[in-house]
Design a protein around this ligand. Structure first.
Ligand SMILES: [Zn+2]
Length: 131
């Protein structure tokens, strides 16, 4: 005699899907989410090596400037730490199925796959990029 089967745990795919908001899954298919997740990881790892390098006392201000992270009144390593936090936040949104991922922080416009493929951590649309 077999043990009575319960519904619980029999449909891992459905249960996983139920945890994620519909929005993000509808906007990006699984291969796209995986590709963007990898890009965010690569970016995060590049920034954290750079930060470690700077905290070890190496002057990397030329690289900070080249990457476009120079901000008046902000020390280079703080700018990199801020960028790293930003990438990590975006990564958590993406893997957590948070629909804020890939949208403009200000107006909520969907940035689209092409823009995110170019910059997976983007959070501003063209009209709000300068602000
Ligand atoms: Zn916008």
């Amino acid at each position: 005699m077999t043990a009575p089967r319960t519904d619980r745990g029999d449909r891992p795919t459905e249960r996983r899907a139920a945890r994620s908001p519909v929005g993000l899954d509808a906007r990006f298919d699984a291969p796209t989410r995986e590709r963007l997740r990898r890009r965010l990881l690569q970016r995060g790892s590049m920034l954290s090596s750079l930060l470690a390098d700077m905290l070890a006392g190496n002057d990397r201000s030329w690289l900070v400037a080249a990457l476009g992270f120079e901000r008046p009144g902000i020390r280079p390593h703080e700018a990199i730490r801020g960028a790293l936090d930003h990438v990590e936040r975006q990564r958590l949104h993406l893997i957590g199925g948070d629909d804020r991922y890939g949208r403009c922080d200000i107006c909520g416009a969907d940035l689209g796959v092409a823009a995110l493929d170019a910059m997976a951590w983007a959070d501003r649309c063209a009209s709000h990029r300068a602000s």
